[in-house]
Design a protein around this ligand. Structure first.
Ligand code: ZN
Length: 524
C-alpha cells in the first residue's frame, strides 16, 4: 500500500495488513440463510420485488484504516450496525492506488454477483460511500474537476444533464488515452482518467445523503458566521466603547479589532485558496502512484508530474502571501456576535471539530436543524446585537430572518431525504418542491458559489428516490461510519498478537462472529 511518509510527506510503498473475505458470494448466502432460518428477512411490504435480492456495497476510511462493507437490504434497518459486515479492511488511507491494490480480489466479484441469481432471487447491487470514494472507484478526477458530477455531465457553466453511464465512462477514458492522456486536459474528456474499479451501473450508486448534509450545512453556517462578522464590524464602529469592552472576551481597542477583522478575512481567503490547490495536488499524487505503479502506457505519468510541479509553485506563492500578511496581524479575540455563535452551539451540546475546518458531525447537524434550535440561535444573535447597538436593530433582524429561513428550508429537506423509509409519489413531490424552495432561496438571497453537493441535491436526490422508492438512509452511507469505532474496540481487546496482521485478522474474525444473525439472536 502507499503511505505518506511522516518526515518528508513523500509517498512510500510498504507492506500493509489487509484482511478480506475470500468469497463475497458465500458471505452473502451465509448471512441470507441465517436470517431466513430465523425468519428475519423482509421485502419491506412488497416495495422490493419478491424475486429480487438487494445488496449494498460501500467503503469508508476512518480509525486509521479503510473498510469495504456489505449490507443486505432485507432487514428492517439496512444501515444498522448489526447489519454492516466488513468484507475487506486494510491499514492505510483510501487513495486510488490503495483501493486498486487492496480491493483487487473483492471488487471484480461484483460483476459476476450482479448478474447472478442467489437463492432463486435476482441480485441487485447498490454502491454507497462518500463522494471522494465514489469518484475514485469510478476513475474520475473528483469534486474539483470541471465535470465533477458522477451522475451527469454538468459543468459550472452548463446545466447539461446528460447522464453518465458505464458506457460513457469507457468512451471518455478511451478518448482521454488516445489523445495522449494529458492530465491537464482531463476536463475535455469529462474528467475520466482511469478505468472504473467496479462495473456496477451508475444509477445504482446512491447519492451520499449524509455528506450532502454535512457539506451544505457547513457552507450555510460559515456564511452565517461571516454575516455575523460584518455585523460585529458595524457594532464596533458605532458602539459606546465601555459597553463593548465588557462584551469582548479580552479588552481590545476598536481600531485594532477592525484591522484584525479585515486582515484575517484576507488571510482566510488565501488559506482557502491554498487548501483548494493542495486538495488538487493530493488527488494528482494519488493518481500518480496508480499510473506509475500499475502500468501506464498513455504518457499520463509525465503530464501528472509537470502538473504537480506547477500547482505546488502556485500553492507556495499563495501560502507565502498569507504568512506575509499574518506577520502584522494584531492579537485580538472574537467579536461579540461571532463569539455568541459558539456559545449557543455549546448550549445545544454541539462542538465543531477544531481540526477539520470547524466541521460538524451528522447528529450535530440534526440538532442544529431543529426549528426550535434555529429560533434560539437567531434570537440570541439579535438580542446580543441590539443590546450593544440599538441602531443596528433593523439590519440584524433582516440578517437573522434571512438565515433563519435558510436553515429551516435546508433542515426540512435534510430530514426528508435522509430517512430510510418508503416514499410514495406524494412524498417525492413534496421533497422535490422543498428542495426547490431551498435552492431557489439560496440563489436569490446569497451571492455565493454553489458547491457540487448542491447540484447533487437538486438534480439527483429525488431522481434516486423516485427510481428506488426509498430515502437515502436506506441505500446510503450512514451505517458505514459507525464501524470504525467498533473495529477499533475489537482490535484493542485482542491479546496474544504483536503484529498488525495478526491483530487485524483476529479482530475481523471477532467482527464476523458478532454480525452473524444467529449469534445476535442468541443474545439474552
Ligand atoms: Zn449531476
Amino acid at each position: 500500500m502507499a503511505h505518506s511518509c511522516n518526515d518528508t510527506g513523500d509517498t512510500i510503498i510498504q507492506k500493509t495488513a489487509c484482511v478480506s473475505v475470500a468469497s463475497l458470494n458465500k458471505k452473502i448466502c451465509q448471512q441470507y440463510d441465517e436470517l431466513e432460518k430465523l425468519n428475519l428477512l423482509t421485502w419491506h411490504d412488497g416495495h422490493i420485488p419478491s424475486d429480487e435480492m438487494w445488496v449494498k456495497i460501500g467503503g469508508d476510511k476512518g480509525g486509521g484504516n479503510f473498510k469495504q462493507m456489505l449490507q443486505l437490504c432485507h432487514v428492517p434497518r439496512p444501515n444498522a450496525q448489526n447489519n454492516t459486515i466488513i468484507i475487506n479492511c486494510f491499514e492505510a488511507t483510501d487513495s486510488s492506488f490503495n483501493l486498486r491494490t487492496g480491493l483487487k480480489d473483492i471488487l471484480p466479484q461484483l460483476e459476476e454477483l450482479q448478474n447472478s441469481t442467489l437463492r432463486g432471487k435476482q441480485v441487485k447491487v447498490f454502491v454507497f460511500g462518500d463522494y471522494e470514494y465514489l469518484a475514485r472507484i469510478y476513475g474520475l478526477t473528483g469534486a474539483n474537476g470541471r465535470h465533477y458530477c458522477l451522475w451527469c455531465h454538468v459543468t459550472k457553466k452548463h446545466k447539461s444533464q446528460l447522464p453518465r453511464t458505464l458506457d460513457t465512462l469507457k468512451k471518455d477514458l478511451d478518448r482521454f488515452r488516445e489523445a495522449g492522456g494529458n492530465i491537464s486536459k482531463a476536463k475535455n474528456y469529462n474528467n475520466v482518467i482511469a478505468s472504473p474499479l467496479i462495473q456496477v451501473p451508475i444509477d445504482h450508486v446512491c447519492p451520499p445523503g449524509l455528506h450532502i448534509s454535512l457539506g451544505l450545512y457547513l457552507k450555510n453556517f460559515n456564511s452565517l458566521e461571516s454575516a455575523c462578522q460584518q455585523l460585529d464590524d458595524i457594532i464596533l464602529k458605532s458602539t459606546d466603547s465601555a459597553l463593548l469592552q465588557n462584551s469582548l472576551e479580552t479588552p481590545t481597542n476598536i481600531p485594532t479589532f477592525l484591522k484584525h477583522v479585515a486582515m484575517s478575512n484576507q488571510i482566510k481567503d488565501l488559506e482557502n485558496k491554498a487548501e483548494d490547490i493542495r486538495n488538487g495536488i493530493d488527488q494528482l499524487k494519488d493518481y500518480l502512484s496508480v499510473f506509475m505503479l500499475l502500468g501506464d502506457t498513455s504518457g499520463t505519468t509525465e503530464s501528472i508530474i509537470s502538473e504537480i510541479q506547477s500547482q505546488e509553485a502556485q500553492e507556495a506563492q499563495v501560502r507565502a502571501e498569507a504568512v506575509h500578511i499574518s506577520k502584522d496581524l494584531p492579537e485580538v479575540r472574537k467579536g461579540p456576535l461571532v463569539a455568541k455563535l459558539d456559545d449557543v452551539l455549546k448550549s445545544f451540546r454541539v462542538n465543531r471539530q477544531a481540526y477539520h475546518g470547524k466541521s460538524f458531525v451528522g447528529n450535530h447537524i440534526h440538532k442544529c436543524c431543529k426549528p426550535e434550535n434555529i429560533k434560539t440561535l437567531m434570537t440570541k444573535i439579535c438580542k446580543t446585537a441590539i443590546e450593544l447597538s440599538p441602531e443596528i436593530k433593523e439590519n440584524v433582524v433582516s440578517v437573522t430572518t434571512k438565515y433563519g429561513r435558510l436553515f429551516n428550508l435546508f433542515g426540512n429537506c435534510h430530514r426528508q431525504y435522509n430517512c430510510a423509509s418508503f416514499f410514495t409519489e406524494e412524498m417525492i413531490l413534496k421533497l422535490e418542491s422543498d428542495i426547490e424552495d431551498y435552492v431557489q432561496f439560496f440563489r436569490k438571497h446569497f451571492q455565493e458559489t454553489e458547491p457540487p453537493k448542491m447540484h447533487i441535491l437538486e438534480e439527483h436526490v429525488s431522481e434516486w428516490i423516485r427510481r428506488w422508492k426509498f430515502g437515502l438512509g436506506f441505500h446510503g452511507e450512514q451505517g458505514g461510519e459507525s464501524m470504525h469505532a467498533q473495529l477499533n474496540t475489537l482490535k484493542s481487546n485482542i491479546r496474544g498478537f504483536n503484529d498488525d496482521l495478526g491483530i487485524l485478522t483476529s479482530a475481523m474474525k471477532e467482527h464476523w462472529v458478532k454480525t452473524s444473525p444467529s449469534m445476535l439472536a442468541a443474545k439474552p
